[in-house]
Design a protein around this ligand. Structure first.
Ligand code: ADP
Ligand code: MG
Length: 348
């Protein structure tokens, strides 16, 4: 859980701001012809022809979005890029560039930031992204990372939250609830560690959900899959806050209702067993958990034959008239209105 125990601790003051920026960013190479000017000037210069440009930002704050007692910095750097790419893919766009801004206190040595940027570099390599800029500043105590992602999309391919129509299928990628249950396990082990620091946690039974929490992936593959299947969703959103709140976003933006079927929710066996262990209802976890970074979309009925055999896509319900509202149809066949559970960070 605790990292770089025996590593060097070079104070940031040894490099100074510009030395630090240079040290962290010299590894980045340009991959896209749309990147005309990258790090090293007052601004990056990008050039896209015949495309629409997608821009999105997400900020991660220590103590609010992550806890460094169990999140390795490399994973944090990786995840801070992934959460932004996920928003680009939710527009059915291709991500091309990111900027990475950090606020950091002198409690962090250079080696910590190197680890953070290893994660940034790994994500940019795997997802084929140019890191084209950012900002570096000091903070009084915590660490803050803000990433902006830029992407491109053919104007006719962009998918918004607004296009869902009654009778469309409600479809989700992958499986849900893993990231939240991974967090539950990590929080539990943190408490155990506080009581007995010699107790080495055995996390073998939780590898999948641990990875879902610590090293999430963004569904770049789905943007390609949809293109290959020749399916353009009528609406799409990424699942960052829990299924319930994402469905409500689509319903509100599209002025529709929906029926979501509890027995169709895609669950990994490890999510089911960990829910049993923690005595938590798996449906509650899926609806309110968050951080799965899957894609939720609506698809016209006429496209059903194209998607029905695909293991990446699960039909979990369908769109109804706005007047009916957004509902969960339980295993017992009762209808319960879906509730928004967003803004957890402010409530807890
Ligand atoms: P300015 O003073 O114009 O804001 P900076 O000295 O902050 O410029 O940044 C110099 C260059 O390094 C710019 O290209 C900027 O985008 C880039 N940069 C600064 N901090 C970071 C960072 N943390 N990660 C990536 N690029 C950075
Ligand atoms: Mg600056």
């Amino acid at each position: 859980m605790i990292e770089d125990k025996n590593q060097a601790r070079t104070p940031l003051s040894e490099l100074g701001e510009f030395g630090l920026i240079d040290h962290l960013t010299k590894q980045f190479e340009i991959k896209h012809t749309s990147t005309v000017k990258s790090i090293g000037d007052d601004a990056a210069v990008l050039e896209f022809s015949n495309k629409q440009i997608v821009v999105t930002t997400d900020m991660l704050v220590e103590g609010v979005h992550f806890d460094l007692s169990y999140v390795p910095l490399k994973h944090l750097g990786y995840k801070s890029v992934i959460v932004n790419l996920s928003d680009v893919y939710a527009m059915n766009a291709q991500a091309t560039q990111v900027t990475v801004s950090i606020a950091v206190s002198n409690r962090f040595p250079l080696e910590a930031l190197e680890a953070l940027y290893e994660g940034v570099a790994l994500a940019s390599k795997i997802y084929n992204i140019d890191v084209v800029g950012g900002d570096t500043t000091s903070s009084t105590s915590g660490l803050l990372i803000s990433v902006t992602a830029i992407g491109e999309v053919n104007p006719e391919d962009a998918v918004y939250r607004t296009g869902a129509k009654p009778n469309d299928l409600l479809v989700v990628t992958g499986d849900l609830g893993g990231a939240y249950m991974g967090l539950q396990v990590l929080e539990r082990e943190k408490e155990v560690f506080k009581v007995n620091p010699n107790n080495q946690p055995d996390l073998d039974a939780y590898t999948y959900i641990m990875e879902r929490q610590l090293k999430p992936e963004a569904r770049k593959d789905i943007v390609k899959l949809l293109k290959d299947l020749d399916v353009k969703p009528t609406s799409m959103i990424d699942v960052s806050d829990g299924l319930s709140s994402e469905i409500l976003h689509i319903c509100k933006a599209s002025k529709v209702g929906c029926d979501l079927y509890e027995d169709k929710l895609p669950l990994d066996p490890q999510v089911i067993s960990t829910c049993e262990e923690f005595n938590i209802d798996s449906t509650t976890v899926v609806l309110n958990g968050g951080e799965d970074y899957e894609l939720l979309m609506t698809i016209s009925q006429k496209d059903f034959p194209k998607i029905k055999a695909n293991p990446n896509l699960t039909v979990i319900g369908y769109i109804t008239d706005e007047s009916v509202g957004a509902n969960l149809v339980t295993r017992g066949d009762t209808k319960i209105p879906l509730q928004a559970q967003g803004w957890k960070n402010f409530n807890s």
